[in-house]
Design a protein around this ligand. Sequence first.
Ligand code: T46
Length: 135
Amino acid sequence: MKTSIHNLKILDIPKIKDPRGNIAIVEKDVIPFEIQRIYYLFDVPSGSKRGGHAHKTLNQFLIALSGSFDVIVKDGIEENRITLNNPSKGLLITSGIWRELENFSSGAVCLVVASDVYKEEDYIRNFKKFVSHNK
Ligand code: T46
C-alpha cells in the first residue's frame, strides 16, 4: 500500500506539570507500535543534516527532547517540513516515508523510539529507488 505524508501524525505525550519541573511519560498506549529500540541524536554540529533515507518496514516516533530541528518528509509526490521543538509532542513516521533532518538548534536532542532493532537492509538510501519502491 502506498504511504502518504498525510498519514503522518504529531502525537501528544501525556505530561504532568510540576513547579519542580515537568514530566512527560511515553507509555505503550502513546505509540501505536511495540517499542524495540531507542536511540538519540545529540551534539549535532550547526548546519549538519541527518537522515536522507526511508524505511521499508520500520515505524518511528521522533521527539525533540531539547532544542529544535526540522524534519522534511516526502512520499515521492508531496513533501512537508515539520519543526519539532516541544518535548511533550512527537512525530510518528510510518514506513515508506523519506525523511531528512536539518536545522538543528544548539543543544538539540532528537530521541527516536523505533518499532524494530537496527537492520541496514530495511533502509532505502537512494531517493530514486525510494520513489520507484513507493509507486
Ligand atoms: C532515522 C533517523 C532519524 C546503528 O548501528 N544502529 C542504530 O540503531 C542506528 C540508528 C544507526 N546505526 C549506525 C548506522 C550508521 O553506521 O550508525 C551510523 C549512523 O546511522 P545513520 O546514518 O542512519 O544516521 P541518521 O541520523 O542519518 O539516521 C538515523 C536512523 O538511522 C534513521 O532510521 O530515521 O536517524
